[in-house]
Design a protein. Structure first.
Length: 217
C-alpha cells in the first residue's frame, strides 16, 4: 500500500469519525482518532479471520467426509488407507468455492488493515492526512458546492455520507492541493467507493469527479 493511498483511506476514516463535528474541530488529536479507527478495523478483521478459519475447517471436514463415504473407499478393507476420489462438480462444490474466494478476500483485507496501521505512524502519511482535512475545512463551502453542482438530480444532504466524504477528499486534492496526478486521485477514490460503499457508488463518484476535472482543472 502506497503512502498517499494510505493517507486517503485514513482521511476517510477521520471524516467518518468526526461526522458533523468537522466544522467545530480545531486542535484535533489526529493520532488518537486514527489509532482508535485502526483498532476498530483490526478488531473487525480479527473477527472476519476467525469466521474464515471456521469456514475453511467446514470445507475440509466436508472433503474428508465425502472421501470416507465414497463407494470406492467403502469397498476397501477396513485397515486400508483411503484413496483419492473425484469431487462432484455440483452446486455444492460451487458454493464451497465461493466460500473460499470470500475467505481469500477477507484475508487480503485483513492484511491491508495491518499495513495501514503501520503506515498510519509515518510522518509523511500523517502530514498528508492533516493537509487533506485542513484543506476541506478551509474550503468546505466551495467543495460541497461543487458536489451539489455536479450531482444533478441528487440532494447532497441525502447522499451516502461515505460517498460525500470520498468526493470531498478527492476534490480537495484535485482542485486545491494539486499535489498528485488527477487520474491517480480519481482511481483511488473509486477504489475507496468499491471497498466501503455501495455497488452504484464507484460510477457515481467517477461521474462527479470527471465533471469537476473538466471545469476546474
Amino acid at each position: 500500500m502506497q503512502a498517499r493511498r494510505a493517507s486517503r483511506e485514513l482521511a476517510l476514516i477521520l471524516f467518518s469519525q468526526l461526522g458533523k463535528d468537522i466544522d467545530k474541530s480545531s486542535n484535533l488529536n489526529f493520532k488518537d482518532i486514527v489509532l482508535n479507527s485502526i483498532r476498530t478495523l483490526i478488531g473487525n478483521s480479527q473477527d472476519e479471520l476467525q469466521l474464515v478459519t471456521s469456514e475453511l475447517s467446514d470445507i475440509q471436514g466436508y472433503i474428508y467426509e465425502y472421501e470416507n463415504n465414497h463407494k470406492d473407499n467403502l469397498e476397501r478393507p477396513l485397515d486400508a488407507a483411503n484413496i483419492p476420489v473425484k469431487l462432484p462438480m455440483t452446486n455444492v462444490m460451487a458454493d464451497k468455492i465461493s466460500v473460499l474466494l470470500n475467505s481469500a478476500e477477507k484475508t487480503i483485507a485483513a492484511l491491508e488493515v495491518a499495513e495501514l496501521s503501520i503506515l498510519s505512524d509515518r510522518s509523511d502519511v500523517k502530514k498528508y492526512v492533516e493537509q487533506i482535512f485542513k484543506t476541506y475545512k478551509e474550503k468546505k463551502s466551495e467543495i460541497d458546492g461543487l458536489i451539489k453542482k455536479y450531482a444533478i438530480g441528487w440532494d447532497i444532504e441525502r447522499l451516502f455520507k461515505i460517498d460525500k466524504d470520498i468526493l470531498r477528499i478527492a476534490i480537495a486534492e484535485i482542485v486545491y492541493i494539486k499535489d498528485a496526478p488527477v487520474k491517480v486521485v480519481i482511481d483511488e477514490a473509486i477504489e475507496l467507493a468499491k471497498k466501503y460503499s455501495t455497488d452504484e457508488s464507484p460510477s457515481f463518484i467517477n461521474g462527479i469527479l470527471a465533471k469537476v476535472v473538466d471545469e476546474n482543472v
